[in-house]
Design a protein around this ligand. Structure first.
Ligand code: DON
Length: 580
């Protein structure tokens, strides 16, 4: 090891806590470019930061920033790269939400590229003749898919804020799909675990398994020629190719072969929407998060409003009292979610009421300080009436005041499990996020009613919560997470860990999490909540349920002096934050 290398490696070890979990570290150290410091990216930066759930996407986004691209250029390029490197959640067959904060214009906007129900969808389409919800139908069939929004959404972001052409933003993804990449252990494990579900579809088996049907192993090269061809068509002809060109034809043909409701017209009709994010204030910080058709923004602001009334810092991180109060706030927010939230183009969501400090004060007054409220005693509250009117998250920020918080998904890991034959990408199973029937839980146990019933061309309710926190007009914290129903509470905890507990971003992301979603009546806890804290919570009447890791909150914090710090979530072994 040359003397030039040592300080770099030492700094790398001290800064990059999460990288130690990655399994990528030994490979990286063996890489001569890293040893020469050429590709060394600490989780601290002067000029920008990227945090994604896959080191190849992070590397690509980092390179875009390093070459003078802005945060939106980097985000769109990363979004397409993840569709290749992380097909369990990165996608062009799904949808999502992107928050963009432009400090210079003092604006934060949201791009809603959530999937939409086909025009022929109907309220009882996922029920049997007895009127019972049939999860298989909304999860693992061609009708499980909403009309994908990702290509239109990413292209809109690039068009509005980017400096790259769509072809430039697609180029790294095309190379990765064409030339392939070395399979990381997590990739191989995921496909092995899902093989029973995925191999039943010929189109999926052809793409994700070897010609003899066997599984890819870590370290082997994985190429996706059909996906490369699809991305090339989009690069050559623009985003409408996906909706009206050969790709649309391949999707419609796939639907027709299997009796799916989605038509060529549904694809041609798809448009993303620009929306106002939800805005709230927490202890002097401005919180912006995704508005309906996601429930994330409404409820993160609602929960923060409730919790602002307590001295959480003094109560301490993950103390029994803190967890109790968080769980009580969470229960009330999720009870409201079940009743009030849906696509705002179809239902009136009482957003101002839900996010008002006065409503939070009313809910707070009902929270006992020393014992759990059983969920049976909680129902949706009465906010002021309607005013008239497996997923992956990444965060990217540049030194020109632009920040991007993006969460997108095909819902389950590998979505419906169905690859569009000839087009090489997986379709989402987002239709399961609708209420198949009032009161029937979706895959995350979330209950919904009328507001979220299936209707033609409607967007299904989401929990995705891309969030940007500003302080004194400056971008401060960029965060969000996958994790189904736990997305909102995961994001809440990153915000609280930074603002209430003063944690650095890596600690805020890594710290053990809790979750309550009203029903079932339990606090889910990760490893790391002490046994005496658990005993105190149980004595208050809480039921605890130990869970595997929850969420993957790739996050960025920008210090007041402009230093960028990245928090890559160790819960995903390929996570990576890179500063420049
Ligand atoms: O939109 C939603 O809320 C869900 N479809 C997200 C799914 C998810 O986060 C799965 N990943 N872990």
């Amino acid at each position: 090891m040359s003397s030039r290398v040592r300080p770099i490696v030492r700094r790398w070890l001290s800064i990059s806590l999460s990288t130690l979990y990655l399994g990528a570290a030994p490979l990286a150290l063996a890489d001569s470019a890293i040893l020469e410091g050429e590709r060394f990216h600490p989780q601290v930066g002067e000029h920008g930061m990227v945090a994604t759930s896959h080191y190849l996407a992070s590397q690509i986004a980092h390179d875009v920033l390093a070459k003078g691209g802005n945060a939106v250029d980097a985000a769109v390029t990363a979004g397409f790269a993840l569709a290749v490197t992380q097909p369990r959640s990165g996608n062009i067959g799904g949808g999502g939400f992107m928050l963009i904060s432009d400090e210079q214009r003092d604006e934060v906007i949201a791009i809603d590229y959530r999937e939409k129900a086909p025009a022929a969808a109907y309220a009882t389409m996922f029920q049997n003749d007895q009127g019972e919800a049939v999860p298989q139908l909304s999860r693992f069939t061609h009708n499980a898919s909403g009309v994908p929004g990702t290509v239109a959404g990413l292209a809109l972001a690039l068009d509005k804020y980017g400096t790259l052409s769509l072809a430039e933003a697609l180029a790294p993804a095309i190379t990765l799909a064409e030339e392939g990449f070395s399979v990381p252990p997590r990739f191989a494990e995921g496909l092995e675990q899902a093989q029973d579900r995925l191999k039943q579809w010929d189109s999926t088996r052809k793409v994700f398994y070897k010609p003899d049907g066997s599984n890819y192993r870590a370290g082997e090269r994985f190429r996706q020629p059909d996906l490369a061809a699809t991305l090339k068509r989009i690069a050559a002809k623009g985003p409408r190719e996906f909706y009206e060109g050969e790709t649309a034809r391949l999707i419609s043909a796939e639907m027709q072969r299997h009796g799916g409701l989605m038509t060529a017209q549904d694809l041609a009709d798809y448009q993303p929407r620009i929306r106002q994010p939800v805005h709230g204030n927490y202890r002097g910080y401005d919180v912006y998060a995704m508005s309906p058709p996601s429930s994330g923004g409404a409820h993160i602001v609602q929960m923060l409003n409730i919790l602002e009334g307590y001295d959480i810092h003094a109560m301490g991180f993950n103390s029994a009292r803190t967890i109790h109060l968080m769980a009580e706030a969470m229960q009330r927010a999720y009870a409201d979610r079940a009743k009030y939230l849906g696509d705002p183009d179809f239902v009136d969501v009482p957003l101002a009421g839900l996010t008002s400090p006065a409503y939070a004060a009313k809910l707070r007054a009902e929270i006992p300080l020393d014992h759990a409220t059983p969920s049976t005693e909680i129902a949706a509250g009465k906010p002021l009436p309607y005013e008239s009117n497996e997923t992956t998250h990444f965060s990217i920020a540049d030194d020109n005041g632009l920040a991007v918080s993006n969460t997108y998904t095909i819902n389950f890991s590998y979505g419906s499990g169905i690859v569009v034959d000839g087009a090489g990408f997986l379709l989402n199973n987002e239709m399961d996020d609708f209420s198949a029937k009032p009161g029937a839980p979706n895959a995350y146990g979330l209950i919904g009613g009328e507001a979220n019933k299936v209707e033609p061309r409607k967007r299904m309710l989401s929990s995705m919560t891309p969030t940007i926190v500003k302080k004194d007009g400056k971008n401060f914290l960029i965060t969000g997470s996958p994790g189904g129903s736990r997305i909102i509470t995961t994001t809440l905890q990153v915000v609280m860990n930074v603002i209430d507990h003063g944690m650095n971003i890596q600690s805020a992301v890594s710290a053990p999490r809790i979750h309550h979603q009203w029903l079932p009546d339990e606090i889910r806890i990760e490893d790391g909540i002490s046994p005496d804290t658990q005993a105190l919570l149980e004595a208050m009447g809480h039921t605890l349920s130990q869970q595997a890791a929850m969420g993957a909150a790739q996050s960025i914090l920008i210090e007041p002096d402009g230093t960028f710090t990245g928090g890559a979530d160790p819960r995903r072994s390929t996570s990576s934050a890179m500063g420049l």
